[in-house]
Ligand binder design. Structure first.
Ligand code: ASP
Ligand code: MG
Length: 262
């Protein structure tokens, strides 16, 4: 596949999960890492830690006609607060974006509760909203810092199709989406987790799907490398959020790492 002509060298793809962007300091750390990268890069981000789980619960509550407005307000406040902390007086456009997203979410949740449906397709725009918000926040922060950054709408690029094996990437349609993207910048910030089906409706890649998003974008961009950043150093003996006395492993063979991942 041809590298987009604006690139002098293939880009790097870096993915940051929700715990890397859990708060304003997390966003600042990610922005600093991204700024230090030597090459053109595509930065894929997850929703702020915990947000997807809350959005999934909101969609389920709406579809079963339970209250959702209060939780939605909490989430809106959390994102507005982040924008304020990171951008201060320059957060006007971002506040507007956040308010628009939450107004759309409220309309969507209202529709789910009228219809009483919680199908995958009906809930995807709610489930995937966290990535749209977090990626916009990171993009706005980089722009405020004077960086050459653009926001890449992964929904317009990553196209999935459903076949016998479940959801798979429609590579030809995805490449067309990428061709249509003209606003290259040194740093492309993209939401993970979100995609479209082949009729253009928003879908998600399933829980924890941002790693997969990053891998798909890396292939589409003919990336030089793909890095999945974690918030712990190296490899631990277990998930430290589940096993408090997990330790960092000093040395590990590829076979052992493979076994652990499995
Ligand atoms: N935010 C999504 C989730 O929590 C996708 C991801 O973070 O990988 O499942
Ligand atoms: Mg993950």
């Amino acid at each position: 596949m041809a590298v987009p002509r604006q690139y002098l060298s293939p880009p790097q793809v870096h993915k940051f999960g929700g715990s890397s962007v859990a708060d304003a300091d997390g966003f600042r750390r990610v922005a600093a890492i991204v700024t230090d990268l030597p090459a053109t890069s595509c930065i894929v981000v997850s929703a702020v830690a915990g947000v997807t789980t809350r959005l999934v619960a909101l969609a389920a509550a709406a579809a079963s006609r339970q209250a959702w407005q209060g939780d939605l307000d909490d989430l809106r406040y959390q994102h507005r607060h982040l924008a304020q902390e990171l951008l201060g007086s320059k957060s006007g456009d971002l506040h507007e974006f956040i308010d628009d997203r939450f107004a759309a979410l409220a309309r969507h949740l209202g529709a789910l509760s009228v219809l009483g449906v919680a199908t995958e397709l009906a809930t995807a725009p709610v489930h995937g909203a966290g990535e749209l918000l977090s990626s916009r926040i990171l993009h706005a922060l980089l722009q405020k810092q004077g960086k050459d950054a653009a926001w890449l709408d992964a929904r317009k690029i990553v196209v999935l199709e459903t076949g016998d094996a479940g959801k798979t990437v429609n590579w030809d349609a995805s490449r067309i989406g990428l061709d249509g993207w003209r606003h290259w910048a040194k740093i492309l910030v993209a939401p993970g987790f979100v995609a479209s089906d082949d009729t253009g409706r928003m879908v998600t890649l399933g829980r924890n799907g941002s790693d997969y998003s990053a891998a798909i974008l890396a292939r589409l961009l003919d990336a030089e490398s793909l890095s999945l950043w974690g918030d712990t150093d190296g490899v631990q003996s277990a998930d430290p959020s589940l096993v408090p006395d997990a330790v960092q492993i000093e040395q590990l063979s590829y076979d052992e790492a493979f076994e652990l991942a499995y």
